[in-house]
Design a binder for this molecule. Structure first.
Ligand code: C2E
Ligand code: CA
Ligand code: CA
Ligand code: CA
Length: 275
């Protein structure tokens, strides 16, 4: 038993070493990659649940690494925040997404994730509006998805920035709604248009009736506060059917489409347009 425990501990130690090495390698490589344009937008379709119309795409960052392949955002977004380059990363993704959007039908919208740490930058609203103007992308076609978890420190700054953007037509979604600590407070403190129901809740609804309770409660909250709703992580047709019945506005998930590269959106849109 001791021998097994020792070898397990050794295995764990090796795994931790490799993990630490991987993190350090990414960290040194990140700056070069950001400058070289290796961090690119992927696009996941957002579908209106009442008539299956394509509303737009959520922009999801991918690191297209020359040797490691595609790296998921969980591995580099926290890094970008730590080294203070998340704002730059956001700008680059937005510019690129506006550019890619020129190949799409002109009414399609973009939803872009914004890190709470970006609210520390007072010029943020001006920078976003500047990019939209330069790229000739109507503000009403942009939605910002903000995660509430870490907003706490920056609420007043966030409110100011979001209000400025909203005044010109940008909309705001509370991402991963219900997973943070002060969701309800943010509902009244921040200018918000939409709640995004976290994938965890949608997944739980798949298990049993009990699992639907939170989804239903969020839907009711949205009605009370006069907000639109998007459900993420829709993988099963029966989940989709119930979300429709509940009156959820927009759906997102592998059932409709996984996140794809800009090049792939062309193919995806053509296939979708075929009768
Ligand atoms: P999120 O904003 O909640 O994005 C949804 C995540 O769920 C995405 O993971 C997406 O690929 C995944 N997803 C969507 N539908 C399904 C489904 O049906 N099944 C399953 N299993 N997964 C689904 P991804 O792309 O790995 O992104 C993870 C998180 O990283 C995002 O969660 C977001 O918080 C963050 N992130 C991604 N791009 C950016 C970015 O440009 N800026 C910032 N600040 N954060 C980003
Ligand atoms: Ca999001
Ligand atoms: Ca989300
Ligand atoms: Ca999520």
């Amino acid at each position: 038993d001791k021998r097994i425990a020792r070898s397990k501990a050794r295995g764990l130690a090796v795994w931790i070493d490799e993990e630490v090495e991987y993190r350090q390698a990414l960290q040194t490589d990140f700056h070069r990659a950001l400058d070289a344009g290796e961090i690119v937008p992927y696009y996941q379709p957002l579908i209106a649940l009442d008539d299956d119309r394509l509303i737009g795409f959520e922009v999801l960052a991918r690191w297209d690494h020359p040797t490691r392949g595609i790296i998921a955002p969980a591995d580099f977004i926290p890094l970008a925040e730590e080294v203070g380059r998340i704002g730059e990363l956001f700008d680059k993704l937005l510019v690129r997404a506006c550019h890619d959007a020129r190949a799409w039908p002109s009414d399609l919208r973009l939803s872009v994730n914004i890190s709470p740490t970006q609210f520390a930058e007072p010029q943020m609203a001006a920078r976003i509006l500047d990019i939209l103007a330069r790229e000739n992308f109507a503000p009403a076609r942009l939605e910002l998805e903000i995660t509430e978890n870490a907003l706490v420190d920056e609420v007043s700054a966030a409110r100011l920035i979001l209000t400025t953007l909203r005044n010109v037509g940008v909309s705001v979604a509370l991402d991963d709604f219900g997973t943070g600590y002060s969701s309800l407070r943010h509902l009244s403190d921040l200018p918000v248009d939409r709640l995004k129901i976290d994938r965890d809740f949608v997944e739980r609804a798949r298990l049993n009736d009990e699992g639907w309770r939170i989804v239903r409660a969020i839907m009711q909250l949205a009605t009370t506060f006069d907000l639109a709703t998007t459900a993420e992580g829709i993988e099963a047709p029966e989940i989709l059917a119930t979300l429709r019945e509940l009156g959820c506005d927009i759906g997102q998930g592998y059932l409709f489409g996984r996140p794809i590269s800009a090049a792939e959106t062309g193919i995806w849109l053509r296939e979708r347009a075929e009768p």
